[in-house]
Each structure stands twice: as structure tokens, then as C-alpha cells.
Design a protein around this ligand. Structure first.
Ligand code: MN3
Ligand code: FE
Length: 299
């Protein structure tokens, strides 16, 4: 493959497009250092919690930690696919995306080492549904792009990564985890990190919805890939949440399964509606709708 032309010295960078807006936002909000977070109060709070409280927080953290490692490991084939198509604006944004996933992996690792002082092996907290999503479906959908970078494969990868893993699981998990800690006024360092991480995550999801919408605008017949991927993964994803609740009675911190499911369903429906509307829309319409979502704070 050779380069026929460069965007910056021919058509010019398209600064008004959603990926460039997200890139600008990432340069402002995504540069934070997990090593700078003050965990001194967290270290005092941890041993004072009950055994069940510590266990549920450790279980969730073991799921978040491996989940962040998984998304760090598995994103590259998507970046490669976008780069090969010469979409420089999207790739510029994606450089921040990968950095942020690495930063999240770093963040949870620091918490586990310094606050929990956990033994390294936490795999007992990964149940069968967690395996289905993070050990299998995610790497399979992303690594498939190495041999099949088609629009259909890109839709499957983005639905798996951005809609299910980030949208249904990470976003909901961080929301509930943050609320539990806030209610108990516990672990202020961990809360600060989660608040920053949630901002990063909302940009990632915004990019994913943009990507799926762009692909849907270009070829509305790809909608069936969205439906098939959702049908395969929505149940195991919700079961990952259900599995956590089955382990505790009563559930610490007043966490309620309905709150998780309602939040996840709500966010999911908003996004699927946008994707559905993008079928056969013009690229300008996709830009406009994405821009509105970004301004409304969805990124
Ligand atoms: Mn992340
Ligand atoms: Fe992410």
C-alpha cells in the first residue's frame, strides 16, 4: 500500500467533524494521571469496611480491572482499520482512546496494589457470563477485523465494544460503584478516579455510536448486524450484572439490581434510537445528531 495523498496537505483537516470535537475534548479532559490520585483516606477507609462491603468492591474492581485490560488489548485492530481507510480525523481521536484505556488499566491496578493490597490472582471473580463477553466475544469481534475489515465486521466490532462492553457494562458499573461510594462517603481517591474515568468513557461511547451511525448512513442494510450482535450479547451482558447480585444477601451499600438494569436499559435505548435513525441518513445529519449528543453532555 502507498499513500496517494495526505489530508492535511490536500483537502485539509475537517475540524468541525465529531471525531475532531472529541479529540479536542480528550486533550482538555483526558489528560489526568492515575499516579497523582491521593489514596491516603482510601487506605484508612478500606480496613474499616465490613467483609461483605470489601468483597463486593473487590469483585467489581476485579471485573473493571480485567475489563480495562481487555479493551486496551483489543482496540488496535479497529484503529488499524480506520487508519487504512485514511480517516485521519478519526484516527487522531482514537490515539486518545487507546491511551485512556491504558490509563484506566493503570488506575485500577494502583488501587488494587495500594489500597486493597490484593493478591494478584482475582480470576475467581470472573463468572461464566463475564467469560463469554470479555474472554471471548470482545477479542473475537475486534481481532476479526485483521482479516475482514468490511463495514459489517466494523459494525459488529463497535456494537460489541462500544454498545455492550462500554455502554451496558462499564458505564453502568461505574455509575453504580460511584453512587455506592458516595452514599457511604467512602474512598474519596477512588471516587475521584472513577469520575474522571467516566468522562473518558462517555467520549469512547460517543465515538462508537458515531462510527456505527456513519456506517449505517453509508449502508442501511447493515442494521441486521446491529440486531444480531445485540441478540447474541445483551443477555450475557445483563447476566454479568445479575451474577454479582446473586452473591450477596443483603447486598452491601443498598445497591439494587433494578437501578443497574434501568440505567443500562435507558442509556441503551437512547443510543439504539440514534443508530436506527442514521439508517440512510446523510453524513451531515449524522454529524449534526452526534454534535447534539456531545453538547448535551453525552461525551
Ligand atoms: Mn476504559
Ligand atoms: Fe473505554
Amino acid at each position: 500500500m502507498i499513500h496517494e495523498t495526505f489530508a492535511t496537505t490536500s483537502r485539509g483537516l475537517q475540524h468541525h467533524t465529531p471525531p475532531m470535537r472529541l479529540y479536542e475534548k480528550a486533550k482538555r479532559l483526558g489528560i489526568w494521571n492515575p499516579s497523582d490520585i491521593d489514596f491516603s483516606q482510601d487506605k484508612q477507609d478500606w480496613p474499616r469496611m465490613s467483609e461483605a462491603e470489601r468483597d463486593v468492591l473487590l469483585r467489581l474492581t476485579a471485573m473493571f480491572q480485567a475489563g480495562e485490560e481487555a479493551v486496551t488489548l483489543d482496540l488496535l485492530p479497529l484503529i488499524m482499520t480506520i487508519a487504512r481507510e485514511g480517516r485521519i480525523e478519526e484516527e487522531m481521536y482514537l490515539t486518545t482512546f487507546l491511551f485512556e484505556e491504558a490509563k484506566h488499566t493503570d488506575f485500577f491496578n494502583r488501587f488494587l496494589r495500594e489500597v486493597v493490597q490484593a493478591e494478584p490472582d482475582l480470576t475467581r471473580y470472573h463468572g461464566p457470563d463475564y467469560h463469554t463477553i470479555f474472554y471471548q466475544a470482545l477479542p473475537q469481534a475486534l481481532l476479526a477485523l485483521q482479516t475482514d475489515p468490511s463495514p459489517a465486521a466494523q459494525v459488529k466490532a463497535a456494537v460489541t465494544y462500544n454498545m455492550i462492553v462500554e455502554g451496558v457494562l462499564a458505564e453502568t458499573g461505574y455509575h453504580a460503584y460511584f453512587q455506592a461510594l458516595e452514599r457511604g462517603n467512602l474512598l474519596p481517591g477512588q471516587r475521584q478516579g472513577i469520575a474522571l474515568l467516566k468522562q473518558d468513557e462517555s467520549r469512547h461511547i460517543a465515538y462508537g455510536i458515531f462510527l456505527i451511525s456513519r456506517l449505517m448512513a453509508e449502508d442501511p442494510s447493515l442494521w441486521h448486524v446491529v440486531e444480531e450482535t445485540m441478540n447474541d450479547l445483551l443477555m450475557p451482558a445483563l447476566a454479568v450484572v445479575g451474577d454479582v447480585f446473586e452473591q450477596y444477601d443483603p447486598m452491601p451499600f443498598g445497591l439494587r439490581l433494578e437501578d443497574f438494569i434501568d440505567y443500562a436499559t435507558n442509556q441503551f435505548n437512547k443510543r439504539i434510537e440514534r443508530i436506527e435513525k442514521a439508517r440512510g441518513a446523510t453524513l451531515d445529519e449524522v454529524y449534526r445528531v452526534t454534535q447534539q449528543a456531545i453538547e448535551a453532555g453525552d461525551a
